[in-house]
Design a protein around this ligand. Structure first.
Ligand SMILES: Nc1ncnc2c1ncn2[C@@H]1O[C@H](COP(=O)(O)OP(=O)(O)OP(=O)(O)O)[C@@H](O)[C@H]1O
Length: 316
């Protein structure tokens, strides 16, 4: 190969340096660096408007970068978009299934775009329907399916071309807890099969469940990067005590908690105490004759990481 860096890019499936996306003067993605390795489940975690979808659309070769460098599977998404797309699976934020077609036809028709022969497409569709547990609905139309079923069908469709990388934009937004768990379980299986997953989410539990490594995004920038565990260890304490006081404002109680734990965070409806040992902290609170209406001791999560880094919660 003539390009000396091509070998590095072939190992690194997605390589971005100083990647920028601007819309008429507004910078949605503001110079981010990302490397995704084969077999990883990699996440972009951030609130609405952080720039996650804009980044995904650049990786999916449907939106050209405004600046910086981007290589997907060692190729340039602007010049080699079709070649890259043939090796990607894309599950967009909103299901865009064909309502005119049956569940199975949604897969077989999509397979034709990739030039997959009819017989192979049919066999693959049946395999994928089995994988996403929709075999019984194969001949039904799409419209009566539940939200979770539609999402699973969209995931199956993204797998029709046996992609090396699957891009999932907010894979479980809008689903109920049971449907979310089923999607997570299927994605976990894909990961076990060695498929590289790249997903966006504003759910910290989704990021913790699925991602080996993630970047935390806020206002177009990456504010932290690492495994969920490493991020929590670095930016938060072992435990968090949540206190709810029966009052219009939590603020007056915060000063009475001075010195307990490493940090106090006041939210509109509760106070968070960042501590190593929750039970000891609760005893200290009680020792100060404070009687909160609600007390919860829990482990730190990525939500706490986000709060520490930005002063805001992930989901308002
Ligand atoms: N085509 C566009 N034209 C103008 N502004 C845009 C366009 N697409 C996105 N934006 C803006 O860019 C910012 C980032 O949007 P983006 O959709 O990437 O965020 P996100 O993190 O994916 O959030 P969400 O979860 O809401 O999709 C937002 O302020 C959005 O309004």
């Amino acid at each position: 190969m003539s390009d000396p860096l091509a070998r590095v890019w072939l190992v690194t499936l997605i390589h971005a340096r100083g990647l920028v996306k601007r819309f008429e003067g507004f910078t949605a993605v503001d110079g981010i660096d990302v490397d995704v390795q084969p077999g990883e489940a990699f996440g972009f975690l951030g609130p609405n408007g952080a720039g996650k979808s804009s980044t995904m659309r650049m990786i999916g070769c449907v939106s050209p970068p405004t600046g910086g460098e981007l290589r997907i599977l060692g190729m340039d998404p602007v010049r080699e978009g079709p070649k890259i797309r043939a090796r990607l699976g894309v599950c967009p934020q909103l299901d865009n299934l064909d309502l005119e077609l049956t569940v199975r036809e949604n897969l077989t028709t999509y397979a034709r775009f990739f030039g997959i022969p009819r017989k192979v497409a049919r066999a693959r569709a049946d395999e994928l329907l089995d994988f996403v547990q929709l075999t019984e609905r194969a001949d039904s139309k799409v419209e009566p399916l539940s939200g979770g079923m539609k999402r699973r069908l969209t995931i199956a469709r993204a797998l029709v071309n046996e992609p090396e990388i699957v891009l999932l934009d907010e894979p479980t937004t809008g689903l109920d807890p049971q449907a979310r768990h089923l999607v997570w379980e299927r994605l976990f299986r894909l990961k076990q099969q060695g498929v590289t997953l790249v997903l966006t989410t504003h759910y910290m539990d989704e990021a913790e469940q699925l991602c080996d490594r993630l970047v935390v995004m806020d206002a177009g920038k990456i504010v932290a990067e690492g495994s969920p565990r490493a991020l929590i260890d670095r930016y938060s304490t072992r435990e968090v005590v949540e206190l709810r006081f029966a009052a219009e404002s939590q603020e007056p109680f915060a000063s009475k908690l001075d010195g307990i734990g490493e940090r106090v965070e006041v939210l509109p409806d509760r106070i968070l105490l960042y501590v190593e040992h929750g039970d000891e902290a609760v005893a200290e609170v009680q020792g100060r004759a404070l009687s909160p209406a609600g007390v919860l001791v829990r482990r730190s999560s990525l939500e706490d990481v986000f709060l520490t880094l930005t002063g805001r919660t992930l989901v308002d």
